[in-house]
Design a protein around this ligand. Structure first.
Ligand SMILES: *[C@@H]1O[C@H](CO)[C@@H](O)[C@H](O)[C@H]1NC(C)=O
Length: 275
């Protein structure tokens, strides 16, 4: 026989056999001993595999046991027990769900075991592991900061030297440093208030100066209008000027008139002499 033909035939037979093997069982069936057997539904297990004469025999899970999927298992799985609290009890189709009490941490992914949270305030928890967990605590804030419990945030510690003060207490992971100096020891807030106060006064003064400057500049700009409107300040100025002019004018007129009268006198004198 042709070796190529014979190998092709073998391949064909093999592929027909494998596809047929996979295809002739239903969705919730499996092949055992060359036969398609039904799987047992969730909540049951296989009591007896199928034979030529009968189908698979399934039996419900007993108390404390469950199965969650279509299966071929010869027994159900044991329900999980919780070290601390039960969130949901075990059913025939679902396993128990566990909880750890507050202040405790799950030691594994299903919380069936718990361990105490040993971190203190100012520390944060770090978890490692994916199925079995382990924990360690590390500082919540950087070295120059403290953890404010009330606000639940890290805050920088007051540096007393910045305010020219000695340190009464250097502070720690949960408490701010305390600076020396009577009333002023309150976290340096006193100084912040003083600085803010001075800043406010300076700002007010600056604004006042700016406003005054602007007013003065505005007044100067508007002076030419004053002539038309008749501002007293301007008129008195010119009035003064006029007065002095009039005064000098008055004198001139008087002089003039005296000259006139002089000439009149002369005329009269001439008339008299002519007479
Ligand atoms: C931090 O300082 C405060 C106030 O003195 C103190 O009560 C606390 O025990 C200290 N904490 C640590 C971790 O040293």
């Amino acid at each position: 026989m042709d070796p190529l033909r014979s190998s092709l035939a073998v391949i064909c037979v093999l592929s027909i056999w494998t596809t047929g093997y996979a295809a002739d069982c239903g969705v919730r069936q499996t092949k055992t001993n060359g036969r398609c057997c039904d799987l047992c539904p969730p909540g049951e297990y296989v009591k007896a595999f199928c034979t030529e004469q009968r189908k698979t025999v399934c039996s419900p899970c007993g108390e404390g046991y469950y199965s969650s999927q279509y299966n071929l298992f010869d027994r159900c799985e044991k329900c999980r027990s919780c070290q601390q609290e039960y969130a949901e009890k075990c059913t025939r189709t679902t396993d128990t769900t566990c909880l750890c009490r507050s202040g405790f941490l799950c030691s594994n992914d299903v919380c069936s075991k718990c361990e105490e949270n040993k971190c203190v305030t100012g520390e944060k928890l770090k978890r490692t592991g994916s199925i079995v967990y382990s924990y360690h605590c590390e500082p919540a804030c950087s070295n120059d900061a403290y953890f404010d419990v009330k606000e639940n945030v890290c805050k920088p510690r007051t540096q007393c030297s910045l305010f020219g003060l000695a340190e009464q207490f250097p502070g720690n992971k949960t408490h701010n440093s305390v600076c020396d100096g009577g009333d002023m020891h309150r976290n340096g807030t006193y100084f912040i208030h003083v600085i803010l106060g001075i800043g406010f006064v300076l700002l007010s003064l600056t604004i006042l100066v700016l406003i005054s400057y602007a007013c003065i500049k505005n007044l100067r700009k508007h002076k030419p209008y004053a002539h038309h409107i008749g501002i007293a300040a301007v008129s008195t100025n010119t009035g003064d000027f006029h007065l002095s002019k009039e005064e000098s004018g008055f004198q001139l007129i008087i002089q003039d008139e005296s000259r006139k009268s002089e000439s009149l006198d002369q005329l009269q004198l001439e008339k008299i002499s002519a007479l």
